[in-house]
Design a protein around this ligand. Sequence first.
Ligand code: SF4
Length: 254
Amino acid sequence: MLEHFSITQLNMYLRCPAQYGFRYVDGLILPPTGALTKGRVVHKGAEHNYRQKAKTQQDVSLEEIRDVTAAAFDKEAEGTAWEKEEDKGRTKDEALMLASLYHQEIASKVQPLFIEHEFIIPTAAGVPLLGYIDVIDDQFIIRDIKTASKAPAGSEAAKSLQLTAYAYAFRELVGREETAVALDYLVQTKQPKAVLLKAKRTQADIDRLLSIMQSVLTAIKGGNFYPNPGNFMCSAKACGYWERCHQKFGGISV
Ligand code: SF4
């Protein structure tokens, strides 16, 4: 019986039930990839700035954000599963570049009220929803920082189940509607850029999320952990369960 359910779990099941089974039923936790570590340490730098700014109303210096990001990288690089073609030094440089971009393009526009706010709220599915909201700003906009190597689709904030869950949590906890939900994207293209994607949520969006969650939990309780080879992460490079999946479900692992 699940004690709680997160949006990460929900999204993983929707992407590939077999992947969910390997991770959450068999308990096979994979070390983060270089790309994941890069995103995490950029978050750490931004979180450090927001925690200070909530108290002082001032952004910390660029140097301080870069120092926090660099220290987080040095710590997390140890436990990262580096691919042959990945270069640790280059990844660190990219993380620092994204941290600088955050400082230049995003930090000054956000006055945080709540940072890394944990929520655990009951759902009709019988399993509470657990999560952490990156930032709620003083305009009651729920924000999440993302890093990417290409520009996101314009509809991403509108379609994000993660942001719907945050809106639901916000309403349950604060007792009013949020102003908007937003993704602050740091995009590492040739010309790095920050992209803000904003959207609204309705009660119908939240009801739909809870209905999806209930269906997924029913499928999980029924032991349905089938592979979905059509999903965008299904490759030997992107899925750490590739070998195991092909041993279990057949097919040639190339
Ligand atoms: S190899 Fe593909 S089908 Fe198998 S678990 Fe990974 S993503 Fe799912």
